[in-house]
Design a protein around this ligand. Structure first.
Ligand SMILES: *Cc1c(COP(=O)(O)O)cnc(C)c1O
Length: 694
């Protein structure tokens, strides 16, 4: 019995489990409530559960075989041959270092806020799948991002739950003397130390830095307290830690990567640390070292608007870098400031994206459209490499529901993923089975929504009549449309409410029922975003929309998985062209959901009549006001819903199967799944960038 527990513990400490549905089902089999209590954290679960009880349950429920088989799968995964081995086998293989301010891997590792984080997490997962020699660098935030509660007044409240690193699937790095490995930064008037945590994601490793160590004063301990929290000075400290500290972690651990991937500008200070190291190593000057390091830096930009970029004022740069510039890089602070300007002029602002672009031979945007916009935004001299596009993806398995995956396993075996042309084959499955799985996915979501609402109701001591309402919340057979993302103004979370009468008409048709599930957080300082949430909340409580529109608290990796697997249609209506890529829509495809979106970001590349629906934008949007564009796009949204989407969903044949709807699902799977995934994306980074580094 101890052996089986050890096996379960070994898997628990590798985030491989975050894309293995069987793993979660074992913990639910053992004790579902306890699993929920642990926040889906297997390490906490196993550390705290009573061993006799655990052994008893494993015996009673016959879980031995299931655990053993999970363990075998894990071992096979870890030891299997990989794409990288086949394509690039080379004993002297370069290592790649990937840096990001956030990583979204699973619910209980709260080191992420949204899209950038899930992308970084998915990048790590696919790197592991492909066998890429890639290591990740990030920050281990004591509180992470906030937990969202929608209060009784419909406002978002933010709660900061502390992460307990010791009982999370990560471990502290220790040296030979079992002392914590620490790196040190020289900041004005003091040294700042950080300890290092290792997170295993399959074969890939992620190192997280954390400044809560005894050597630091109270202020410095808090450098890594909250993701995107605090003021500009806090931000620069976090970014120095990530970029400069990150390089020192590599050095301390003896890694000598050949390529450095700066995922969004937050980590771009690594540029200076690398230059400093090269100056020392080769005994060369700043310019020479800078031109040398340029060839092995890779920068991915994620924003199409200047407002989304970190900019630090000159006084702050002087405060933190004057010494470093003059004594280590042997340049003036003016010359230092030049690196943060695209034309290398001396200005009062230091722009992190410019630092990264100036110092990276490889620069890319995250969709074709975004690449084109970035090229216009940054107009680089023709004498240097230009900005290209590598469209984002998602780690498909992470977002697959149990029901979806079981369908694949049933038809193609356990190894279904590795089948040749698997998505073409999935698209050939019988309509009845696809439809049945779609129904199961939707029902599972509705169960989840009701349970979450019930939990909240209990926590708030709601009266009994409210409890009764929750039991009837949403309809298991109604067309279910999902909208979940960060509540930022440009994402227009309330577009569907633009014409309330029309929405009422759509939602009151009892023959063709339609319902919406919303979720999403607003940044704590974004009052506009919070107002949007309050607006949707109040609609969801109104008599007309009650139980047909629900808003789920705390959009996180877990809520996301339930939503993207449960919804029939995934709605996205950002203001063009502000959605650089967007990824949540990609997560629904393999779960038999269909996208309905503005032609922005990835959807321009994905959309055809065969794969989903478009919300039409006016051709002359540039000469219209925002308000006019919103009206026109809302009109297209309603029209498409009423005339195409709803009738198609309810057009059933003799077996009650909506044949044409399933045809659309198949078109979506066949055409989109093979493209919009991080396996394709990481391969592109590898072929176009990582392996091109000399
Ligand atoms: C996928 C995901 C996102 C990003 O979705 P977008 O479509 O890019 O807005 C944000 N948050 C969570 C929790 C996600 O899973």
């Amino acid at each position: 019995m101890q052996e089986i527990l050890n096996q379960l513990k070994e898997v628990s400490n590798n985030l491989y489990w975050s894309f293995n549905n069987e793993f979660e089902s074992i913990f639910e089999d053992i004790n579902r409530d306890y699993w929920k209590w642990s926040q889906k954290n297997p390490v906490k679960f196993l550390d705290s559960i009573n061993k006799e009880y655990l052994f008893d349950i494993i015996k009673k429920k016959n879980l031995r075989e299931k655990i053993h088989s999970l363990y075998k799968d894990y071992k096979n995964y870890m030891n299997g041959s990989t794409w990288f081995e086949k394509e690039y086998f080379d004993p002297d293989t370069p290592q790649i270092c990937y840096l990001s301010a956030e990583y979204g891997i699973t619910k209980c590792l709260k080191f992420y806020s949204g899209g950038l984080g899930t992308l970084s997490g998915d990048h790590m997962k696919s790197s592991s799948d492909l066998g890429l020699p890639l290591i990740g660098i990030g920050l281990g935030y004591l509180y992470g991002y906030f937990t969202q509660y929608i209060n009784l007044d419909n406002r978002q409240a933010e709660l900061y739950d502390m992460n307990h690193f010791e009982s999370m699937p990560m471990r502290q790095l220790l040296d030979e003397d079992y002392k914590p490995v620490k790196i040190c930064l020289n900041l004005p008037g003091r040294e700042v130390f950080a300890q290092v945590w290792e997170v295993k994601i399959g074969r890939a490793k992620l190192y997280l830095l954390d400044t809560f160590v005894d050597e630091n004063d109270a202020e410095d301990k808090r450098i890594t307290d909250i993701l995107y929290g605090g003021d500009v000075e806090k931000r620069i400290l976090q970014e120095i830690l990530l970029g400069v500290g990150g390089m020192r972690v590599l050095e301390t651990l003896g890694y000598e990567p050949k390529a450095f991937h700066i995922n969004e500008g937050h980590s771009a200070f690594l540029v200076f640390e690398r230059i400093k190291n090269a100056m020392k190593k080769f005994n060369i000057g700043f310019k020479e070292a800078r031109d040398m390091c340029y060839w092995s830096n890779i920068f991915t930009t994620h924003t199409p608007v200047p407002a989304g970029i970190d900019i630090f004022p000159r006084w702050m740069m002087e405060k933190y870098f004057r010494n470093f510039a003059e004594n280590e890089l042997k340049i003036s602070i003016d010359d230092f400031m030049r690196e943060g300007d695209l034309k290398r002029n001396v200005t009062d602002n230091f722009n992190m994206a410019c630092l990264a672009i100036n110092n990276s031979n490889f620069v890319n945007g995250v969709s074709k459209l975004h690449g084109a916009i970035a090229r216009r935004m940054w107009a680089l001299p023709e004498t240097r490499s230009q900005i290209v596009s590598i469209t984002n993806g998602v780690h498909t398995k992470t977002y697959l529901s149990r029901h979806s995956e079981r369908l694949y396993i049933r038809h193609f075996g356990k190894n279904w993923e590795n089948e040749e042309n698997i998505w073409g084959k999935v698209a050939e499955l019988p309509d009845s089975e696809i439809w049945e799985t779609r129904n199961k996915n939707r029902r599972r979501l509705i169960k989840y929504v009701r349970e979450k609402m019930m939990d909240k109701c209990k926590a708030l001591n709601c009266p009994d009549e409210k409890v009764g309402v929750i039991e009837e919340m949403l309809d298991e057979n109604a067309l279910t449309i999902g909208f979940a993302r960060r509540f930022a103004a440009y994402k227009r979370g309330n577009l569907i409410f633009r014409d309330i009468e029309r929405l009422k008409k759509i939602l009151s048709n009892t023959d063709m029922k339609v319902q919406f599930v919303f979720s999403g957080k607003a940044h704590p300082k974004d009052e506009g975003g919070k107002n949007l949430i309050a607006e949707i909340m109040s609609y969801s409580m109104s008599d007309e929309f009650r139980n047909k529109i629900v808003f789920l608290d705390n959009y996180d990796a877990d809520v996301a998985k339930q939503l993207v697997s449960g919804c029939d249609v995934w709605l996205n209506n950002p203001r063009r062209p502000l959605e650089a890529s967007g990824t949540s829509g990609m997560k629904v495809i393999a779960n038999f959901g269909i996208n309905f979106s503005i032609l922005d970001g990835w959807w321009i590349e994905g959309y055809t009549k065969e794969t989903g629906w478009e919300i039409k934008s006016p051709g002359n949007a540039n000469s219209l006001s925002e308000n006019e564009v919103d009206s026109i796009e809302a009109l297209s949204l309603y029209d498409t819903l009423e005339k195409e989407i709803i009738p198609l969903f309810y057009k059933r044949n003799g077996d009650k199967i909506p044949k044409d709807w399933v045809k659309k699902i198949k078109g979506s799977i066949r055409n989109l799944t093979p493209v919009f995934n991080t396996s394709r994306m990481v391969k592109e980074y590898t072929d176009m960038f990582y392996m091109k580094v000399k």
